[in-house]
Structure formats: C-alpha cells, structure tokens
Design a protein around this ligand. Structure first.
Ligand code: LLP
Length: 451
C-alpha cells in the first residue's frame, strides 16, 4: 500500500492497506460525512509550521499564514494557536481572521485591488501592516487615514522583476505583472509614503509567485529589496523594521518534484537579511497546509471509451479546480486496493465539461464501483477555489487530530445555494430596490419590464 504524500501515516490500528490520516481511517470519515469531502491533518500542519519556525530562527521573524490557501475558521484557529499571524487579501479574509480570534496587529493586508471600503475596514481593525501596491492606492489610503484619524503602518509591495519557474498563472514577481510597484518606481513611492502624515513606512514587501521550486528567485528578490532599503536609509528614512518576503515555497505533489525545504530556503535567504536588522515576514500558504489535506471521493462508474478506461467519481472540478485550471498533478490513492493489478485510467468528475478531470492516463489499481479515492495535496487552494457550478453543494471539511476527527464545515445544501435569490423579481424603473422587500423607492412594487 502506498501512502498518500505527507498526509498519511500507516497505523496498525487502522489496518493494512487502509488509508488513514493520522490515526483515523478515511473510510470511517467517508462513512460519517459522505463523499466528496475535504479532510485535513492538524498534526501535519503543526509539523510544517514548526519546521518553518525552526528554519527562520536565526533572524527575527513572523510567519503570517496566507488565508487564501485555506481559510476555514478551524484552520485559522489552529494557526493562531501556533502563534502565526495572517496574510489577507480582502475584507472577507479580514472578517475570517478576526472571527478566528486574530487581533488586527496580527494581520498583513496585501492585494492589488483593495477597495476604499476594504482599506477602511483594515484601518478600523488596526491591521499590523498594509502592503501598498500602487501610487493611487497610496493616495487613497492617505486620504482615508486623514479622514478617519487612524494611522497605518505600510509597506510598499515591490515587483522585484525576477524570473520564476512556475505555472504562468502563479508567477507574480516578473516585469509587467499586475502585482506590486515596478522596481524602478518603488523607492520614490516609498519615500512619498515615508513623508505622508498618518502613515509610517515600516517595510518593503514582495511575493514573487507560488509553488516555487528554486531558492534563486527568492534570493534575487530579497537582494533587490535590500538595495532599496539601503537607498531609503541613505535618504534618512529611519522607520524601516520589516522585510516581507511573501509566500511561494513549493511542496511535493509528486515524487519528481524537488522543492527546497524550509532549511534550504532559510540558508539561501537569511544570511543576506541578517545584517539589515529587519524582521523577516513570510506569508506561506501552500507550504503549511497543502500536503495536510486530501479530497475524498468515491467511484460512481467505470467505463471504456476509445480504448481508455474512464473512472467517474463523485467529486469534480467544482470541488478541486487545480487539475483542470493549471493541469496540476495530484496524487490519487485508492483505499484497500493493495495487490490489485494496475492500469492507466482517466479519473473524471460528473460535471458537464471535458476539462473536469483529476488525472488522465494515471497508472492506478484497477478501480471498482464504490472504491474510496483520496486525492492528495488538496489542503491548499482546494476548498477555497471550489464553486457550486452545476448547482453542486460544496463538500464538507473535516479536521483530524490524532485519533479524533471533527467536521469543521458542513456540507452545503441546495437551500444554501439558493439563499438570497428571488424567483419573482419586482422590477424597478429607477432608483434602488430595497433588497429585503424587493420594493422600489416609495415602497411601491413596480411591475413590467425595465426600460
Ligand atoms: N502572499 C501573497 C501576497 C500571495 O498572493 C500568496 C498567494 C501567498 C502569500 C501565498 O502563497 P503560497 O505560499 O501559498 O504559494 N491558486 C494557485 C495559487 C495562487 C497563489 C496566490 N497567491 C494554486 O492553486 O496553485
């Protein structure tokens, strides 16, 4: 029996050839909550966190977990128990972080398109750091700070214009990308921030991409940021305390992946930062949770077409988008399939799109109807990128800790999906309808088609 990467340990008490997460058999979870279902290992998350914490120990640092990777409140609470901060990109993520018990100062707010309302919410929560990504955002933030009388600590998110090897959709630190301030404009914008009343320029930030498998671009980016730090200090800016290096550390989705481990990352980057005296902030998402999660799914049907074996499972691209969207590889393991002959197989979902697949031509044990499959590497960018396409309620989320498990999000229902819809709209000719009564201004319902 092969063990699903990172997440699974084989335990005598859950039986030979049986898939388990920590001490809990996945079949028991599937039985309890049905399929599809996301399952995460608290132990694995703790271990990843502590590994990174140890690697960063040589310099003052803060790990700010990237909420976008997996924003379930129980996962956030677990991060908080480990003393992490959080990296957020929206008011929704801020609300989640606060609901999970984080305080404003634990929060770093990045994002290329923060709205005025989101910046106001960040000021009201007194977030620890706002990473400004454009000149116009700085102008807006300065105005909001002036109006509210609440000051803010800011960093300039710099596009260090380095080359990264990853899927083009997740490369962010290259020249011409929408993220951050172009390198040659960053210093002057930082100086402007430093002179803006109510703002304190505490740092520079970057996030150069995700699922990065080499340390070189992290080093290149760090050196470019440090060059700016030197320039700013020479100009008399004395408030810099922080260097935010973003997230991006890759993980192993398959055996051939060779991402640097946390120690290799730290060994490559930290010596350059040490002399600056700055506190290093990192914003890992995938590294902490990616391999701590699986998507459980059951085989509905097995058929042949055009010489291919096609296995139709009950999860689809609506539940886990990565294979379809990035052609991403996710390990698939079959419960209790030890000793079966293997064959190449397409594992596909029930959704009406040919792009709805988890694996094509994958060498798997010969599948049978009712088999329980675990799709690995599903802890990051899994549930958070799910949708309800084809009116499919989203799966439940389950957290395992030792020999216990808990549902940390219920399976959605069809009613959940229809919440807030109105089958019988009251048309409004002008002005706004009251969303609760569906009535227009003056309280009168308006019939007919709008003109
Ligand atoms: N900080 C910022 C500003 C980010 O934009 C991101 C991710 C992170 C930190 C965390 O990056 P990580 O450590 O997880 O690589 N949906 C894609 C990944 C998109 C990442 C977006 N930004 C995927 O499924 O691969």
């Amino acid at each position: 029996m092969r063990v699903v990467r990172g997440a699974f340990v084989r335990r005598g008490d859950v039986g030979q050839g049986v898939l388990a997460l920590e001490g809990v058999g996945l079949a028991a979870i599937a039985e309890a909550v049905g399929t599809p279902a996301y399952v995460y290992s608290a132990g694995q998350i703790r271990e990843q966190y502590r590994t990174l914490e140890r690697a960063l120990a040589p310099v003052p640092h803060r790990i700010c977990y990237s909420v976008k990777a997996n924003g379930n409140l129980a996962i956030l609470a677990l991060m908080r128990s480990l003393r992490a901060g959080v990296d957020i990109v929206s008011a929704g993520e801020l609300a989640r972080a606060l609901a999970a018990g984080f305080a404003g100062p634990d929060v770093v707010f990045s994002g290329v398109g923060k709205t005025a309302a989101e910046l106001e919410a960040a000021l009201a929560a007194r977030v620890g750091l706002i990473s400004v990504e454009s000149e116009e955002e700085l102008t807006l933030l300065a105005e909001l700070v002036r109006r509210s009388g609440v000051g803010a600590a800011v960093a300039i998110r710099v596009n260090p214009e380095v080359t990264v090897e990853t899927h083009p959709y997740t490369a962010t630190g290259e020249r011409g990308k929408k993220f951050g301030v172009p390198y040659d404009e960053a210093e002057s914008l930082a100086r402007r921030a430093a002179q803006t009343p109510g703002l304190s320029l505490v740092g520079l930030a970057m996030h150069i991409g995700s699922q990065l498998t080499h340390t070189a671009p992290f080093v290149d980016g760090t050196l470019k940021l440090l060059e700016l730090v030197d320039g700013l200090r020479r100009c008399g800016v004395e408030t810099l305390t922080t260097l935010d290096l973003g997230g991006g550390l890759g993980i192993r989705y398959q055996d051939s992946d060779r991402p640097p481990d946390a120690a290799a990352f730290a060994d490559a980057v930290l010596p350059h930062v040490a002399a600056s005296g700055l506190t290093v902030v990192v914003e890992p998402g995938r590294f902490l949770v990616g391999n701590a999660g699986v998507l459980l799914t059951r085989l509905l049907y097995r058929k042949r077409s055009g010489g291919r074996v096609i296995a139709v499972v009950d999860a689809g691209m609506s539940d886990l988008l990565r294979p379809s969207h990035y052609q991403a590889y996710h390990e698939i393991t079959v419960d209790g399939a030890d000793g079966r002959p293997r064959e190449p197989c397409d594992v596909v979902g029930p959704i009406c799109e040919s792009g709805d697949f988890f694996a094509m031509g994958r060498n798997l044990p010969r599948l049978e109807v009712g088999d329980l499959l675990a799709v690995g590497g599903a802890g990051a960018y899994g549930f958070v990128m799910s949708s309800t396409y084809n009116a499919r309620p989203r799966p439940p989320e389950v957290l395992v800790d030792g020999d216990r498990f808990a549902v940390i999000r219920d399976r959605e229902t069809a009613e959940d999906l229809m919440r807030g819809e109105c089958p019988d709209p009251a048309w409004v000719r002008r002005g706004r309808a009251d969303p609760r009564t569906h009535r227009g201004e003056g309280g009168q319902p308006h019939g007919g088609v709008p003109r």
